[in-house]
Design a protein around this ligand. Structure first.
Ligand code: MOS
Length: 716
């Protein structure tokens, strides 16, 4: 066993050598700025640009693109590449708040911003409906809108629920949230004889390449997307956004490189967000606490023009042994931009609702919350009847309870106090997240100096994929980490696809494994041990597939598309699991809630990179605390969109909110999923944390949170 490898790019990052999208400054760079519409929905009647054009240094003011100069992209969830189907400056329609009505390009960012603020317009305004309950929204059954997302049914859940000795029936409201990655959305775009090059932080270089090529009417080969490092993704950067095409058009018109950085408040309105969702959970059990039925009804927001699908109930059905299950998901069409994936997009809300209800069931049955969860563990996927490829949830709960000291908990709410008089609450929650994987094309080159270069179709978003690749190569060859170079995030290398949904590691590492095997074969080297010395560079390119995938899945990826598989594979269902334990302290007078400590035990298969994996878990716990106690993008009934669209109004946890985070991995390989036995980690780390916080708040105060975030006024 080698000692855990430190993050391979840590030094480069802290010394400023890593370049993110907007850090690229090609010679002759011009700077762009956007003018957002002053209404949330309606039509632009007239635009006045004379004042903007008069600002010194202004090069171009664009309010309407020429016919065919740029076309609207196709929405990601219907086979396209874009987070939404709206592209600004193509017509006079304003579909959502924050939609740009003008793009200004100038010699400096200051001139561009000044001029953008001087673009004036008149509008015809339409009313907006922004919440699930607004009378102006349209509500439709998801089954009617999207065929493939049919409601899941196992047994007769209604009858089983009605006959249950113990019943919990509760509705949970989860708010709109934004992922607020540190790196602002941006594009640096330039044209040359080869075509157009885009430097942009993204989780999906291929989507930008294919989508922009389509928008510009170019073959994909003439678009290069470079994203070696991304300042946080979390689903927010999973596809093409509106600024890339605008910057490309401006750069083409001016014959100069153009940089367009989307300011934070416009990011709140021009990229994906976690949609509002409402969950009615009906949970039935016998007097012994064994679950007899689960019914899960969901309403989830989307925009007026794209259907971001609801997929909550696939996870809620799989956390426990559920003999009878019924799901019903509805789509609520509201006036916002199209929502999208945000860290554990379905699983955080679904599991918050389920795990809150489980806590109520513990009270209703008199069982300890950990015991209740252990009692309802299952080795079989309730939806398909297939075995789980690996499932160590019970072990997560047991080890977590030990580490946390759960045995010292007294069950009565309000029964535990700290020395300073504050109320102490201890809460627990389980977590599950689907283990998907995708095809990958991986290239290796072994050089005579012993150096190995790995081209992987992956994106380094801070999650540590480069470290995981290097550590895997070191583990398989024994070579020094310093001899391994990872090339990732550049469409010139190998095909890239969306790095998200926690399938990055389980996609890329099997590719690296397969490519190393092929390299050894090519060189006549033994299947294990150090790689041989070569006299000339030796190169292999190898395709890998998820279990059960046909070879055509790889062709889809090579063509610029996506082909993720799972969580249901031919012979098994694959999930990652976790258990979270949380202690809160509630100040008795002000009711201020502080999380005092957390313990998380995670089953993500074999841990590929212990150092970066631990960081992923810490990030997930921080995010869960934010979801429980802080984060809410407030829908704005006046203008659509969100009222607190900046980091002053949208509060994320700060250091003072975060306690010691204790964590442990089960670290058992899942050999069914891939040869290395790795499952996904990033998202499952966040799932369940908010429920554990809310359950701890209930234990401290007796208050049962039915909506998030929990606010002080809820506890007064
Ligand atoms: Mo995943 S929704 O890309 O965090």
């Amino acid at each position: 066993m080698n000692p855990p490898l430190p993050r391979v790019d840590a030094l480069a990052k802290v010394t400023g050598q890593v370049r993110y999208g907007a850090d690229w400054v090609p010679p002759g760079l011009a700077h762009a700025a956007l003018t957002p519409a002053a209404i949330g929905k309606g039509r632009v009647v007239s635009v006045e640009t004379a004042e903007a054009e008069a600002v010194p240094g202004v090069l171009l003011v664009l309010t309407r693109l020429a016919e065919g100069e740029l076309t609207a992209p196709t929405f990601l969830m219907v086979g396209g590449d874009a987070f939404e189907s709206v592209q600004p400056l193509l017509d006079d329609k304003i579909a959502h708040r924050g939609q740009p009505i003008a793009l200004v390009v100038a010699e400096t960012p200051y001139a561009a911003a000044e001029a953008a603020a001087l673009v004036r317009a008149t509008y015809e305004e339409e009313p907006v409906s922004v919440t699930l309950d607004d009378p102006g929204v349209e509500v439709r059954d998801q089954a009617d809108v999207l065929g493939p997302y049919e409601d899941r049914v196992v047994g007769d859940a209604d009858a089983a629920y009605a006959a249950s000795a113990r019943r919990v029936d509760a509705v949970f409201d989860l708010p709109t949230q934004h992922p607020v990655p540190m790196e602002l959305t941006s594009s640096v775009v330039y044209w040359d004889d080869g075509g157009v090059t885009v430097h942009e932080g993204t989780q999906n270089a291929s989507a930008i390449r294919r989508g922009l090529a389509g928008q510009l009417g170019l073959p994909q080969e003439r678009v290069r997307v470079v994203a070696p490092y991304v300042g946080g993704g979390f689903g927010n950067r999973n596809s093409l956004q509106m600024q890339t095409g605008l910057a490309a058009v401006a750069a083409r018109r001016l014959g100069r490189p153009v940089k367009l950085v989307v300011p934070r408040e416009l990011m709140f309105h021009n990229s994906g967000f976690r949609p509002a969702s409402r969950h009615r959970i009906r949970l039935g059990a016998g007097p012994d606490g064994r679950i007899t039925a689960l019914l899960h009804d969901v309403d989830q927001q989307t925009s007026r023009y794209d259907v971001f699908p609801a997929s909550y109930t696939d996870t809620s059905a799989r956390v426990y042994a559920v003999p009878a299950f019924r799901a019903h998901q509805r789509i609520v069409f509201t006036d916002s931009q199209t929502p999208g994936y945000m860290r554990a997009p379905y699983e955080h809300p679904a599991v918050f609702a389920l795990e809150s209800a489980m806590d109520e069931l513990a009270s209703a049955t008199g069982l300890d919350p950990v015991e209740l969860r252990l009692l309802n563990d299952t080795e079989t996927d309730p939806l398909t009847g297939l075995p789980f490829s690996s499932r160590h949830l019970a072990e997560c709960l047991r080890r977590g309870a030990d580490r946390f000291g759960w045995a010292r908990r007294t069950p009565q709410p309000g029964s535990m106090r700290a020395d300073d008089g504050s109320l102490v609450g201890w809460g627990v929650a389980s977590a599950a997240y689907k283990a998907s994987a995708a095809p990958a094309l991986t290239r290796l080159r072994l050089d005579p100096d012993g150096g190995l270069t790995v081209w992987a179709g992956a994106h380094e978003m801070g999650q540590g994929i480069r470290t995981a690749i290097v550590e895997t190569v070191v583990g398989l060859t024994g070579m020094p980490a310093g001899l391994v170079t990872v090339e990732a995030g550049d469409t010139v290398g190998v095909p890239h696809q969306l790095t998200a949904g926690s399938w990055g590691t389980a996609t890329v590492l099997p590719g690296v494994y397969g490519a190393l095997e092929e390299l050894r074969k090519r060189l006549g080297a033994p299947p294990t041990g150090p790689l041989p010395r070569v006299a000339a560079p030796a190169e292999v390119e190898v395709g890998s597939l998820a279990p059960g995938q046909p070879p055509e899945a790889l062709d889809r990826v090579i063509a610029g598309g996506m082909a993720p598989a799972g969580p249901v594979y031919p012979d098994f269902t694959a999930y990652s699991f976790a258990a979270h334990f949380v202690e809160v302290r509630v100040e008795p007078t002000t009711r201020r809630v502080r999380v005092a400590r957390t313990v998380s035990v995670v089953d993500c298969g074999r841990v590929a990179s212990p150092v970066t994996a631990a960081s992923q878990v810490r990030g997930g716990v921080v995010w869960g605390i934010g979801a429980a106690l802080r984060e809410h993008a407030e829908p704005d009934p006046r203008f659509g969109g969100f009222a607190n669209a900046d980091l002053e109004g949208y509060t994320v946890p700060v250091n003072a909110d975060i306690p010691d985070i204790d964590l442990e991995f089960i670290d058992e390989p899942d050999p069914s999923l891939n040869a290395l036995g790795v499952k996904g980690l990033g998202e499952v780390s966040m799932v369940g944390v908010a429920a554990a916080v809310a359950n701890a708040v209930h234990h401290a105060t007796g208050y049962r949170a039915r909506r998030l975030p929990i606010r002080i006024e809820d506890l007064l």
